[in-house]
Every structure is written in C-alpha cells, then in structure tokens.
Design a protein around this ligand. Structure first.
Ligand code: SAM
Ligand code: SF4
Length: 326
C-alpha cells in the first residue's frame, strides 16, 4: 500500500544518511570542538540499508537521495548506489561537499547515480576556508567541474547563506550559475547547527535573494512540482537557474513528501521531529519485511503537519543536521 500521512500527503522521497562523519566542519553545521560519533556497531550495514530501501520502494518511494555527514567518506557508497539502482529507484541523487567528488565521479555515474548536489558556500577562497574549516577550495571546484563534465544532470550547487558571513556573495553566486550554466540554490540557515548559534537575524530570506538577483538580471519563474523544496527561476537573458529554499521564511511543509533515515537506523518524519523511530532494532530482530512495512506505515501516520520554527517556544531537535542527514 502506498505511503500517505494523515494529512493526505503522499510520501515518495527518502533521504538516506550513510554516515554522521564528515571531513568538513562547516560553521553552520558542525562544531569546531571534538564531537562524538555514532559507534560503528550502531551504523546500519549496507545490507540493512538495502533491505529497508527495498521495502520502502515497494511502498512507493521514487526518489532517493544519499547524504550524511559526508556520504563519500563511507567506503562502499558506490556499490550501495548500484544496489539502489538495481531496486529500480527512478531518481537517485547525492548531496556532497564535493571534496572527494572529482576522483569518484566516474564510479558514481557507473553505479547509476542520476544527479548531484554539491555544497559551496563561498567563491572566495579565504572565506571558503573559514566556513568549512578546511583548505579544499580547489578540490571542490574540481568536483563541480567533474560533475558538469559527466552525465550527472542536473548539477546543483548549494549555498547556505548566513548574514554577515557570505550574504555579500549573492550576486557572485548568480553570476557563477550563469557562467557555468548550472543550478545555484540558496538555502536559508536553519536552527540545526551543532553550536546552537542560530538566530533569526542570521537568516537571509529567499525573498531578499530574489530581489537582489532580479534587480541585476531579470528572472522568470520555472514551473516545479509542489513537493519540491525550491522555488525555481531562470534568467530571462541566458543560461543557469536559481533555486530558493526558504524553510524559515516560507515553509513548504504543506506539500512535504519526504522521510529521512539516519545512519543509525532511525526513521524521521521531519528534519525538526522531536522523536525518531528505531528501525535498526527491527532489522536486527526477527521482524519480517511485512512487519517492518507495517511499522513504517504507523510511523508515517505520525508525520507532523509542519515544523514549528516560527512558533513561540520553538525548541530545535536534539540531533543536529550532521547526524540527521540534510
Ligand atoms: N556533507 C554534504 C554536504 O554538505 O553537501 C551532505 C550533508 S549536509 C548536512 C546536507 C546539506 O545541509 C548541505 O547542503 C548543507 O549545506 C546543509 N546544511 C547543513 N547545516 C545546515 C543548516 N544549519 N541550515 C541549513 N542548511 C544546512
Ligand atoms: Fe560536513 Fe556537509 Fe555539515 Fe559541511 S554541511 S560539516 S560538509 S555534513
């Protein structure tokens, strides 16, 4: 039976986090301080992921995004993509920081990956190093080059804008999209950072980004699926596309079609869920596929109407972005 929640939303998208580890420490995501990681015994094995994915595909999941942490730091991710492909997932994508992409791109394509999102939060080398706390600017640009030279389409580049940090680069990012004929997406900073430094005035709204870019280059809206997170625009005079992901200023929960599976086997019905549901326990017990499927239906029935970032008394979830999977 297809997955639907009590508000009638069909669940067709699954984000799978394959690790909570990452080779970057982006300021809006991880802390500079040492963090504890999930014990390796708690991580789902590739076989466990594939079993769950098979059950979920049988329940109507059509889009799977592999993420993390940084998905390319977990050995074997290409074989996992190939197994997802063999399950018949029509839309298979990955979100990566791009550091290891240039050397892995061919293998990802051969495994059956369809499209890719690469994070790039500054076009200025020094600032990039401050944001990610790494010196990997050239490797990330090489990763974008490799993706554009491959058959992965579309190639999307994601920037999280943080007021006072990189909001001066909106026009430069738009120019980057035009020059390279790619999709540049601006993501509003969400209260999911490990340092708990988020404040509302650090959020650069999609509306501001839209106004600034269209003042320079007129933009035309692009029709998109209602469940998509981004409002999309193309340039009236040329190549490239802009996506505005505005979960804080313009929540899109009403059409949400997503579920998230964490690296330690918890199913989450929302990024901001207070609770997650343990599937690892079922996988490692003697539950049948039917029993796991029934449990997933019961979990989806609990999917919240929307997040509560804009409500008084909002409290962020105890898990941060890196251990949920963005
Ligand atoms: N490591 C990969 C990467 O950075 O692309 C994949 C995982 S990362 C958690 C997934 C996405 O979440 C990235 O686009 C990242 O920029 C975004 N992200 C992380 N922390 C965020 C936050 N506090 N608010 C908004 N987006 C965030
Ligand atoms: Fe790592 Fe991605 Fe988080 Fe940056 S946003 S610290 S690359 S998981």
């Amino acid at each position: 039976m297809p997955l639907a929640d009590k508000f009638g939303r069909q669940i067709t998208d699954l984000r799978i986090s394959v690790t909570d580890r990452c080779n970057f420490r982006c300021v809006y995501c991880r802390s500079a301080d040492p963090e504890t990681h999930m014990p390796s015994a708690n991580l789902l094995t590739w076989d466990e992921y594939v079993r769950l994915a098979r059950i979920l595909v049988g329940m109507g999941i059509r889009k799977v995004r592999v993420t993390g942490g940084e998905p390319l730091v977990r050995p074997g991710v290409e074989d996992f993509i190939a197994q997802l492909k063999a399950l018949g997932v029509p839309d298979l994508s990955m979100t990566t920081n791009g550091h290891l992409l240039a050397e892995r791109c061919d293998r990802l394509v051969a495994a059956g990956l369809n499209r890719i999102n690469i994070s790039l939060d500054s076009l200025d080398r020094d600032k990039f190093e401050r944001v990610t706390r790494t010196k990997t600017f050239d490797q990330v640009i090489a990763g974008i080059d490799a993706a554009q030279a491959s058959s992965l389409r579309p190639v999307k580049v994601n920037a999280v804008l943080v007021r006072g940090l990189n909001d001066d680069e909106v026009e430069a990012f738009a120019s980057f999209a035009r020059d390279r004929d790619l999709i540049m997406r601006f993501i509003e900073f969400m209260p999911l950072d490990a340092d708990r430094s988020w404040t509302r005035d650090m959020v650069v709204t999609g509306a501001e980004v839209h106004d600034r870019i269209s003042a320079r280059w007129p933009m035309v809206p692009v029709v998109h699926e209602r469940s998509e997170t981004a409002r999309k625009f193309r340039f009236a005079d040329g190549r490239g596309e802009i996506g505005l992901i505005s979960p804080v200023s313009q929540p899109f929960c009403g059409h949400c079609s997503r579920l998230r599976l964490t690296a330690d086997g918890k199913l989450r019905t929302c990024l901001f869920s207070k609770e997650d549901y343990d599937l690892r326990f079922l996988l490692r017990g003697d539950a049948t596929d039917r029993e796991i499927g029934d449990e997933i239906h019961a979990i989806v029935a609990q999917k919240e109407k929307g997040h509560r970032i804009n409500e008084p008394g909002f409290v962020p979830p105890s898990r941060t972005m890196v251990s949920i999977g963005g």
